[in-house]
Design a binder for this molecule. Sequence first.
Ligand SMILES: [Zn+2]
Length: 430
Amino acid sequence: MSGRAVLYVLLCSVLALLVGRTIWFGSRIVDPEPCGTNEEPIPVGDTQYTRLAKAIQIKTISYTRSQSNQTKLALIELSNFLRREYQHVFSSPYIDVEVVANYSLLMRVAGQDASLQPYLLMSHLDVVPAVSPEWQVDPFAGVVDEEFIWGRGAIDVKNTLLAIMEVVNSLAKANQRPKRSFYIAFGHDEEVGGRQGAVRIAALLKERGVRFKFILDEGLPVMEDIFMPGRLATVGVAEKGILTLRLSVNMTGGHSSLPMAESAISVLSRAVARLSHTAHPHHFGSGIEVAMLEHLAPVVPLAKCFAISNLWLFGPIVAWTLAQKGETAATIRTTTAVTIMRAGFKANVIPGYAEAIVNHRVHPKDTFEDVIRRNHEIINDARVVISVDEEELLNTPPTPVSSWSSFGFSVISKSVRQVFNSIPVAPGMF
Ligand SMILES: [Zn+2]
C-alpha cells in the first residue's frame, strides 16, 4: 500500500470512530419508569407556599458558632411550627422523632421491610444572615407574589426542609408506610459548620451502628441554560472542599506625612490582586465533569454531541469553553474568592499590619497542601504569610466521589425525571 492509501485508511478509521462514538453516546438516554398507580402526587399549592413563607419569617439566623439566645428561641419556634403544621409526622406510630443537641431533629420512618438498608434525607433549620438594603424585599417578611416566594432560606434551605415534611406528613396522613425505612436529619447550625447539629447526629448514628444505602443532602438546583440550552438537573455526587486562608503582612508602619515606598497595605493589595487574577489549574478530564457531559450527549445539539462523545480528541477545546464562564469554571477547578480585607485605623497613620481572608472551594483532585503551595507561587512574596483560618468556617476537605451507577443515584434521577417532566439528569459537583 502506498503512503497515501495508508493515510486515507487512517483518516477513514478516525472518522468512523468519531461518528460511531457520537451515535453510541447520543442514544444512551434512559427514560424513567412510570410512577406506580397507587402513588398520589403530593399536593403543592397555597397551603405549601404559605407554610414556606411562615418558616422564612422565623429568624433562625446563625451568626457565629455559639448561637445567640435569640437564635435559640427562633430554632425552638421553628421546631414548634413543624410540630403544629405537620402533626401526622409527630403522631405517626411508625415515625420516631428525637431532639439532638437541644435544637436539631432526627427522625426515623420505619418501613415495612426491615431487611432493606435505610437511606437518609438531610436539611438544616438555620440560615445565614441577610442585610436588608441588599434585598428588594424584606428578607424575613415571607413575601409571596405571583412568581416567587421571597426570603432568606427560600432556597437555602427551608424549601427542602418543608418539602421533606410535606411528603412525610402526606404519607403518614394516608397511613402509607414506605417499603424501605429512612431517616431524616435536620441540623440547627449548618451555616456555621454543623459542629453541634450534624456532627452530633452523625456520632449518634455511628454509635447505634446505623449505615445508609445513600444520603441525600441539599444540593444543586435545576439549572437553566448553563451547560446546555434548556433545563438540566445535576445530582451532586461530590462536594468541593472549603479552605479559608488568612494572608497577613507585618511591616513597619509610620506617619502618613513620611510614607515609605511600600506598606503592609500595598504589599497585601498586590498579593490579593495576583490571587484574584490567577486561576488555579483546571482538572478537566478527571471524572465527574466528563461523566456529566457524557450524560448530556443525547440531549445537546449534534455538534456538541459530536465533541462530547469524542473528548479523547476535543477535550482541550471543551475544557477551554468551560473555563470561560464562572458557573462552569467552578466545576473544573479550585476557586478563589477574597472575602475580607482589614487594615488601618486612622486617616493619618500608616498601619503596620494588614490581612485578608481568602475562601477557596477545593476541587476533589486538589489537597489543601496543593492549594496553599500554589498560592505561595502565585503571590511570590515572602512578606505575605499564609495561614489556615479556623475562625468562622469549618475547613473541610473535598468529599470522595460517589458512584453514579449506584442505587441512590438511580432512585434520585428517576424521581427528578418523574417530577420535572423527563428533563436530563447528570452527575455533578456541589
Ligand atoms: Zn444550606
